[in-house]
Write a protein that binds this ligand. Sequence first.
Ligand code: NDP
Ligand code: MG
Length: 385
Amino acid sequence: MRTRLAILGSTGSIGRQTLDVVAAHPERFDVVALAAGSNIRVLQEQIDQFRPRLISVARPEDRPHVRAPSVLVGLEGLLAVATVPEVDIVVIATAGHSAIQPTLAAITAGKTIALANKEAIVCAGEIIVAEAQRRGVQIRPIDSEHSALWQCLSVPHRREEIERVVLTASGGPFREASLEQLRSVTAAEALAHPVWKMGSKITVDSATLMNKGLELIEAHWLFGLTLDQIDVVIHPQCVVHALVSFCDGSTVAQLASPDMRLPIQYALSYPERLHARVPRLDLAKLGELEFRPPDLERFPALQLAREAGQAGGTYPTVLSSADEVAVQAFLHGDIGFLDIPIVVRDVLERHQAPRGPLTLEQVFEADAWARAEARRRIASARVQR
Ligand code: NDP
Ligand code: MG
């Protein structure tokens, strides 16, 4: 029996690589439903190749241009794709906060989740993880560091035996840049990631280390770790993806060539491992693996994320929403690279989180508030210039 998939964000970097995995194993996987944004050309190629029965697009005006049995639009479409009755695994690979509701809907419908999107778990981890536990639904990480942690933790263990975990970071394109140089780096330079080819938002987040900050919060929710248990090290070769240290002083690491098709495939085929045409590691050829602590002065976003994660409630939403606005402003040339964490910090400092257990309404309210606040902050900075 083939595993039946629904893919949200099929036209993006993760979505396209998910379909590469499917194409490499047609005997194992069936594509039942796809949701895309507005890249109709790529979507149509995918429809013609994989023949899904349900499609969703972001904008009503694109609907007439899609040739497929059934085409829905917007949030209604995303929710329908996330809950198709015959689907086994829902791949969540849209960018940004639009993943929150579909992820929850898929969990409520009892689907196994293959989770690439990190914003949903950062903003609503408390709600998503509780719902998954309540429904007995497995959330399988696609993010490479979290897939690595998941693989390291596949050895039998008790939660108390985990002492620390380490997430590695490439350090991005500006790993060696001085603070002075960071002042004038351009969007084009930030988008030229040395290792990974990804969507523009996550690529800029990798350059500021906000991506690693979001991943700290993601690891906290996915593996039930405290933020103090999670370290980050800069590892330019991107071969070791994460490490787990146990209470006996032993450390288990996961190593692989940096290729997202591997964690994607593992999330789809678990507990089995399928053949993958990713380059094999040649340690002798690699020669050296470097590790060093992150520089929080040049990359303050990492610390902001840690603090927002520790504060909990709506603070991680505010962090993520303000960052999204600031990254867009940077990409449009409205603010400088070093302004991104400044905007995020200012918005976080103004936020007053509601008390009590987190609700979805609070997440959406905090999201709207943080976006408006970030835009206001950016506009006033432009006036001052
Ligand atoms: P991309 O920007 O490449 O792709 C985003 C996808 O989401 C596209 O298919 C886009 O559609 C779709 N999309 C965006 N907004 C909407 C919406 N409102 N409704 C429907 N579809 C929408 O991003 P990535 O693939 O790089 O990243 C996706 C997620 O995975 C992010 O959360 C990222 O942090 C995470 N991730 C990515 C990694 C990577 O290597 N790329 C690694 C680890 C995590 P369209 O293009 O058609 O408009
Ligand atoms: Mg990652």
